[in-house]
Design a protein around this ligand. Structure first.
Ligand SMILES: Cc1cc2nc3c(=O)[nH]c(=O)nc-3n(C[C@H](O)[C@H](O)[C@H](O)COP(=O)(O)OP(=O)(O)OC[C@H]3O[C@@H](n4cnc5c(N)ncnc54)[C@H](O)[C@@H]3O)c2cc1C
Length: 331
């Protein structure tokens, strides 16, 4: 072990929706919080990417809001210019502001949430284990972060790998519950076109059959300077083609979408989301897997669906930690 950082009240692993919401709630309640993420940017599956002068939302293209607390967060984000009403499904009527996207792109949402947080990117935790009344989280380079509580928001198989590597044994019934959680895969094509697509306003078509789950027109959405579409493959196609040549799979998907593209493909890239969305999730909004020192698992595998489910799960984890640690002990 090279060095141990000063202990914080809470270490949040993962700067996706769940982790950022948990961190903000805990910080607002007066806890010292550090957020770590292995990525180069915040957001996890709320992701945007530039290819040449085109911009793509290549994770979640948008999200829904139905919970009153979450709606209030979204409306605040709207006042701050980070979201706008939008739906992937042109047939959907949404007079009550239930469907949203990030503005200018989806990564605006996590970027805004991360403001004012103590955040460290490009930091991959490899081991997590309790040591006395603290948790120790160790990186690949041997650096160790200490905290009195942890909120762990990596997709569940990755979260379990950290605990396994740290030698932390979960109670058998919890282990069974967590091992039951499964995720769909999603192959995603980002293609720059040589002209506007045929995708109707407001810029999305939902299929969920055959090889294509959805196509989003990033130019029609207003985020890309040039014609650029994101194609999400169905779970069945993604599973079947996961180990195949990615460019070849991309060509198959673009051929299947040709009628909707209506223009030539100038260039494209393919991204594979190994943990796209859970197909089997736990019913609890978060899971406290250790009480002393506290460890809560959170994310879209717990409670609700998608971005909203992650936010609610992050909040539930923060409230659970606060309830356990009514008077924080600083090291
Ligand atoms: C293709 C696609 C389409 C989607 N479509 C929709 C949609 O239409 N509507 C909707 O609501 N939702 C959609 N979703 C799902 C939505 O994006 C997720 O539910 C939500 O963003 C998950 O947030 P999270 O915080 O739970 O997890 P994540 O966003 O995955 O955050 C976890 C974070 O943990 C970090 N991490 C993992 N392991 C480590 C480690 N060892 N050390 C440090 N950091 C680590 C990761 O880098 C990541 O940033 C979609 C997702 C995908 C991929």
């Amino acid at each position: 072990m090279d060095s141990i950082e000063q202990t914080t009240d809470v270490l949040v692993i993962g700067a996706g929706m769940a982790g950022l919401i948990a961190a903000a709630e805990l910080q607002q309640a007066g806890r010292s919080v550090r957020v770590l993420d292995k990525g180069r940017g915040v957001g996890g599956r709320l992701a945007s990417r530039r290819i040449e002068s085109a911009t793509f939302d290549h994770g979640a293209p948008g999200f829904k809001a139905s919970d009153p607390w979450f709606i209030s967060q979204v409306l605040q984000a709207r006042l701050n210019g980070a979201v706008a009403p939008w739906t992937l499904d042109a047939a959907e009527v949404h007079p009550d502001l239930r469907s949203w996207r990030g503005t200018p792109s989806m990564s605006a949402v996590p970027k805004q949430l991360s403001r004012g947080l103590d955040l460290q990117l490009e930091t991959t935790i490899t081991h997590l284990h309790p040591h006395g009344d603290r948790w120790l989280a160790t990186t690949a380079s041997g650096h160790t972060f200490a905290s009195t509580s942890v909120v762990l928001t990596a997709p569940v198989p990755q979260a379990l790998a950290l605990l396994d590597a740290g030698g932390f044994g979960l109670a058998p019934e919890l282990r069974l519950r967590l091992d039951a959680i499964e995720y769909e895969r999603c192959l995603t094509v980002m293609a720059i076109l040589d002209g506007p697509s045929r995708i109707p306003s407001p810029g999305g078509v939902l299929f969920n059959r055959g090889s294509i789950a959805s196509i989003t027109d990033n130019q029609a959405k207003g985020i890309s300077a040039e014609p650029a579409v994101t194609l999400h493959a169905t779970p069945a196609f993604s599973f079947e083609h996961w180990d195949h040549d990615r460019l070849e799979s991309g060509r198959l998907l673009l051929a299947a979408a040709a009628d909707w593209l209506g223009a030539g493909v100038r260039t494209f890239q393919v991204h594979g989301w190994r943990y796209s969305q859970p197909k089997i999730r736990d019913n609890e909004p978060c899971l406290l897997v250790n009480l002393a020192p506290p460890l809560a698992l959170a994310g879209d595998a717990f409670g609700g669906v998608g971005v909203e489910g992650s936010a609610l799960s992050g909040r539930a984890a923060a409230l659970a930690i606060l309830a356990l640690r009514a008077s924080p002990q600083r090291a």
